[in-house]
Design a protein around this ligand. Structure first.
Ligand code: HEM
Ligand code: HEM
Length: 426
């Protein structure tokens, strides 16, 4: 069988790529559907879910590259002419569906890959290069939008595939022509073996497929951004309501509150999209050495942790239903003053410590958060990290070792705040 296509038949390369990709895609679809539905209420179930997703993603990335090879090959080849060209509508429909499939083969894996790169972590792709993508930020917003696009594009792919297979079967069973036979392996590609000039391709079906994808993708992204619940707007701290608008109170303008835990050996970072912070701070300490205080209220519903968000919110971990908010209340002292754990910023210029209590998931644990502070023109930039142990909060008791979920959780906070003197706080 010749490697190249002719105007009447498919060559070995086109056939091999067609059936290899078909087999992969027909595996990927049920795998994706099953992986999404897989329960994860025990450590074993979670490990299986992660395994299903790792297989799904790893094969999916392979489909992406095979699809690029396939499209490149197709563009340089003659295309076998339709066997029933007189049926113009049917031919145009078949052609349009082919293009929907070609676009799907790129758009579906790419959207999944963008979701993975933006969400970070859970269920790694086994190709060594594939965890991140250029231009894709780590962002729960981007991950959610890409996930919605991926789920929708897979439905488009399934619809196109159903039409495609129905068409192939109709040719075979009703029209009884050679359309299916000429795509099957092992058959002669055509009587003519000499290469023939590349045919002109009609532009309309290509544009049609791209327009369908553009419109559907655009609509999904718009809905994902605008229509989402208001709890899920990551990276933006709610403006704090100062306890009293004095010259020492500060209004948080932006901020990020993250936590990082090792999941199956790889670090995964979760975020709280919202937190309310009351901050009072003076450069000069009072008689007790206090520079001020901070109180932070954190709605657990605004937390995301990749694809295990629901599980993290559940009773085993954050237990959002019984304890819908976490609260950190602390005094701000200079880092070098006083004892206590975690004094990394101690002794440094601009080093402070928020020393207090973190109430989370029904437990109250003393926490000292070292942070650096930089005040320029009335705008403060602060950032710090502290490591806590999930077991102190009674979290993940049915995960008694670190194989699935690590014990240490690194909390990271960074924010900018404006001095909210009297008159400015309105
Ligand atoms: C995910 C799975 C599949 C994908 C992505 C896919 C994609 C495609 C594409 C893009 C073409 C057009 C090739 C060209 O450029 O000329 C094609 C042709 C074809 N496919 Fe599929 N296909 C899939 C599965 C199947 C299955 C399951 C069947 C059989 C039931 C099938 C039967 C055919 C036939 C017969 C042709 C040749 C049509 C013709 O000669 O005009 N395909 N396929
Ligand atoms: C041809 C390639 C692919 C196909 C056919 C495919 C198909 C699917 C399907 C059918 C689902 C279930 C959607 C739902 O109803 O919720 C799914 C989910 C998912 N896929 Fe893929 N996928 C492909 C490639 C990829 C790749 C390359 C990645 C990542 C690198 C990926 C990551 C995911 C993720 C993370 C989900 C869960 C989405 C969610 O959060 O609901 N997929 N995929």
């Amino acid at each position: 069988m010749p490697a190249h296509n002719t105007t009447t038949g498919y060559g070995a390369v086109s056939k091999a790529l067609h059936w290899a990709i078909a087999a992969l895609v027909l595996t990927m679809i049920p795998l994706g559907l099953v992986a999404v539905e897989w329960r994860y209420d025990t450590s074993d179930a979670l490990a299986t879910k992660a395994l299903l997703f790792s297989i799904h993603k790893t094969l999916g990335v392979a489909v992406f590259f095979l699809a690029l090879v396939r499209i490149g090959w197709m563009l340089g080849q003659p295309r076998p002419v339709p066997l029933r060209p007189e049926r113009r509508l049917e031919t145009a429909l078949a052609e349009g569906v082919h293009w929907l499939l070609y676009v799907s083969l790129v758009a579906v894996p790419l959207s999944g890959w963008v979701q993975h790169a933006a969400a970070a972590g859970f269920a790694p792709i086994w190709w060594p290069f594939a965890q991140t993508l250029p231009f894709v930020p780590r962002s729960a917003d981007v991950a959610a939008a890409a996930g919605a696009v991926h789920a929708t594009f897979t439905k488009l792919l399934m619809a196109a595939l159903a039409l495609h297979v129905a068409g192939a079967l109709k040719h075979h069973l009703v029209d009884r022509d050679g359309t299916l036979a000429r795509m099957l392996p092992g058959r002669l590609a055509s009587a003519a073996t000499a290469p023939v000039p590349v045919q002109r391709r009609a532009l309309a079906p290509v544009l049609g497929a791209l327009v369908v994808y553009g419109l559907v993708g655009g609509a999904v992204v718009t809905l994902a951004q605008g229509g989402g619940d208001t709890d899920a707007r990551p990276g933006v701290a709610l403006p704090a309501t100062p306890v009293a608008a004095t010259s020492s109170s500060w209004i948080v303008e932006s901020g990020e509150l993250t936590f990082t835990v090792r999941q199956m050996g790889s670090p995964v970072t979760g975020r709280f999209a919202r937190f309310d912070a009351d901050i009072a701070f003076e450069e000069t300490p009072d008689a007790d050495g206090r520079h001020g205080f901070v109180t932070v209220a954190i709605p657990i519903a605004s937390m995301t942790l990749g694809s295990v968000t629901e599980q993290a919110r559940g009773p085993e971990f954050f237990d959002a239903e019984s304890h819908p908010a976490a609260r950190f209340a602390a005094d701000i002292v200079a880092a070098e003053k006083g004892g206590g754990e975690g004094g990394e910023a101690g002794g440094e210029e601009g080093g402070y410590r928020a020393q207090g209590t973190l109430a989370l998931a029904g437990a109250e644990v003393p926490v000292a958060l070292p942070f650096t502070l930089d005040i320029v023109d009335g705008v403060a930039t602060a950032s710090g990290t502290v490591t806590v142990d999930r077991r102190d909060f009674g979290m993940g008791e049915s995960y008694p070792d670190e194989a699935t979920v690590g014990f240490s959780v690194e909390i990271g906070v960074s924010l900018t705040a404006r001095r909210g003197g009297a008159g400015e706080g309105a």
